[in-house]
Design a protein around this ligand. Structure first.
Ligand code: HEM
Length: 415
């Protein structure tokens, strides 16, 4: 047998197309991920159009690719399979997520200070107030759609406050998030331009209003007043940054909040432990992030021929990182298929595999998720399922469109 002959085990998975919807009917296919980690961790994945892309299932290669943006570019082919997903690559490459250094480094600096752990710590009181008033709206009825009533509005309202946007604009922010997510779900789509056009109109109004009100520290005004290499950002760069924050700050946190609660309902001993001892919530949040890893994947494009785990990746090949799989890699996590809210330290890749594009809002999201659980468990006693949860049909985002729950109403902690 020569090195070129495919072994039985590899033959078994050689034809697997992980994007095939049949794998996704019940959410992320963790059984398949496990098999791929064992049998084909760097996998040439055939695509229906006759092309293919590389897929990475292990923590080590996800981390390697994420840390080497010289070899694995975000700009060259975008971060999805279709370079023109949402809008044409030349346009969307004005977005931070699609930039390579040194441009990326300069643009990331603009808002980096807003999202440091120390800066985020100062937001705690404001975030808690938003969470409390959102829970107030459903508490008396003893029932809620946790996805729509809790998980959707809280990250949206917090983000809008950071933007300096008035609360009554929530429907627009919600609508943009939904439309972007739908566009991402359909791989051939590049009709996202309408959303960005609407955002551009909205931004122009906000800049005028906030300038008149002498607001300087909102995200909108920070972007408007930013100077990079002696020049202000272009209108397109500002819209793309705004669009990224609006989507990335929202969809991800809401999906983690909803799938996180579902996970707790499916693990009643963990839920009971958190009710009994809320100081466990921060480690539970880390485990929820690992377990749900709601952003399933992002892609990069190789800028040169390179080897990964003995496989030759050619210049121009696309490489997809499966974060949900990396977060359950048995080489990194003990008993990865056990949901353990006491897990001491976690190197999950829910926020990406590290490196330059690591989630800018990681600290903010952690705090939001912690405060949501603190307030929800403090007031919604005896939480239980009250109907069937519905999955968002996607291989990119693990989310729920509906999560009906019932509970016994409790008093506000400040009442
Ligand atoms: C649980 C919630 C969240 C999850 C799971 C999440 C996940 C991710 C992932 C996987 C990436 C790509 C990382 C990479 O390519 O290496 C990312 C990037 C990003 N996230 Fe998050 N995110 C969350 C919350 C947030 C929040 C609250 C914000 C801001 C308000 C935010 C802003 C961003 C931005 C701006 C980027 C692009 C960073 C860059 O390209 O340099 N995210 N996030």
């Amino acid at each position: 047998m020569t090195a070129n002959i495919v072994s039985d085990a590899e033959q078994d998975v050689a034809a697997v197309n992980v994007f095939d919807p049949s794998w996704w009917a019940d959410g992320p296919p963790h059984g398949l991920f496990k098999r791929m980690r064992q049998q084909s961790p760097v996998h040439w994945n055939p695509l229906p159009d006759g092309t293919g892309c590389w897929m990475l299932f292990r923590h080590a290669e996800i981390s390697e690719v994420s840390h080497d943006s010289e070899t694995f570019s975000s700009r060259r082919g975008g971060v999805f399979i279709n370079p023109d997903q949402l809008v044409n690559l030349d346009v969307i490459s004005n977005m931070l997520l699609y930039m390579d250094p040194p441009t990326h480094t300069r643009h990331r600096k603009i808002l980096a200070k807003v999202f440091t752990p120390a800066a985020v710590a100062k937001m705690e009181e404001g975030i808690r107030a938003r969470v409390v008033t959102t829970i107030d709206k459903v508490i008396e009825s003893g029932r809620a759609d946790y996805a729509a009533d809790i998980a959707v509005p809280i990250p949206l309202l917090i983000l809008m406050e950071l933007m300096g946007a008035p609360e009554e604009d929530l429907p627009s922010f919600y609508d943009w998030t939904e439309r972007i997510e739908q566009e991402i779900r359909s791989p051939e789509s590049n009709s996202g331009a309408g959303v960005f056009m609407e955002m551009a109109g909205y931004l122009a109004q906000q800049v005028a209003r906030q300038s008149e009100a002498a607001i300087e520290d909102s995200l909108v005004m920070r972007l408007r007043n930013a100077v990079v290499d002696g020049a202000e950002l272009t209108d397109l760069e500002i819209v793309m940054f705004f669009g990224l924050l609006t989507f990335a700050g929202n969809d991800t946190t809401r999906n983690t909040a909803a799938t996180g609660l579902l996970t707790l309902l499916e693990h009643p001993e963990a839920l009971a432990a958190l009710y009994a001892d809320p100081t466990l919530i921060p480690t539970a949040v880390e485990e929820i992030l690992r377990w749900t890893s709601v952003v399933q994947w992002f892609a990069r494009t190789a800028t040169r021929d390179v080897e990964l785990d003995g496989k030759r990746i050619s210049e121009g090949d696309k490489v997809v990182m499966w974060y949900g799989s990396g977060s359950r890699d048995e080489r990194v996590f003990e008993n990865p298929d056990v949901f353990d809210i006491h897990r001491p330290k976690s190197e999950h890749v829910a926020y990406g595999g590290g490196g330059r594009h690591f989630c800018l809002g990681a600290s903010l999201a952690r705090m939001e998720l912690r405060i949501i659980l603190e307030e929800v468990l403090g007031r919604m006693k005896d939480l239980r399922l009250d109907g069937n949860p519905e999955l968002v049909p996607s291989n990119w985002a693990y989310g729920l469109s509906t999560l009906p729950v019932a509970f016994t109403p409790g008093a506000r902690s400040d009442a």
